[in-house]
Design a protein around this ligand. Structure first.
Ligand code: E4P
Length: 216
């Protein structure tokens, strides 16, 4: 399973990259706004900066919701760097746009996916990635990881090539569960990635080894 970091914060992207386990980045308008990125020039510059840090796919989301504007915006984003993947919402014009991008050699990440039916549509349109939001599903008292498992089973049975990119990750446990049920990629906040390091027995064991090392 690949690890993407789910942020537009350059320091966090660099920290995850320096750990040596980072395969890519996902952003969304909320994450870009959080970093104070405003206006086309600043957006382009920020994606260039991200692509300089990480040699892997970087999802850049469109703000448009009608077919023609999604195409125009997506073409501009894709032109920034070969690693840019155009992130398109799961709406009717979004699906049409994903098909257009697929036919024109531009890779897409279909976002805001909350059902297996939506994931089938994304795959049929040729999305490179489909992003089911598991944390937001959990928030509604459904099991987001179950959706990942269902999509993984359908994609495997049907031979769909779209990669399942588990999004809206809230914990290290989410990452483990997504790996268990066959997600191809997990996009995670830095804290969840670092959370994988933690185990009290590791801390206790290390403290004892360091203490005994002084006797050597
Ligand atoms: C990434 O592709 C998604 O936009 C992101 O994971 C959504 O996460 P959130 O539900 O924590 O906002």
């Amino acid at each position: 399973m690949k690890f993407f970091i789910d942020t537009a914060n350059l320091a966090q992207i660099k920290e995850a990259h320096d750990l040596g386990v980072l395969d890519g980045v996902t952003t969304n308008p909320s994450l870009m706004a959080k970093e104070g990125i405003k206006g086309e020039a600043a957006i382009i510059k920020h994606y260039e900066d991200i692509c300089e840090i990480v040699d892997g796919d970087v999802s850049a989301e469109v703000f448009s919701t009608d077919f023609q504007s999604i195409i125009e915006e997506g073409k501009k984003l894709a032109a920034i760097h070969p690693n840019i993947v155009v992130k398109v919402p799961m709406i009717k014009d979004g699906v049409k746009a994903i098909k257009w991008f697929t036919d024109n050699g531009i890779r897409t990440n279909c976002t805001l996916v909350f059902s297996a039916g939506q994931a089938i549509l994304a795959a049929k349109a040729g999305a490179a990635y489909v992003s089911p939001f598991i944390g937001r599903i959990d928030d509604t008292n459904w099991d987001g990881v179950e959706l990942i498992a269902q999509i993984a089973q359908i994609y495997s049975l049907q031979g769909y090539k779209t990669e399942i990119l588990a999004a809206s990750i809230r914990s290290a446990l989410h990452i483990v569960k997504c790996a268990e049920v066959g997600a191809d990629v997990c996009t995670c906040p830095l804290d969840s990635i670092l959370g994988l390091l933690k185990h009290p027995l590791t801390d206790i064991g290390l403290a004892k080894f360091l203490e005994d090392a002084k006797k050597m």
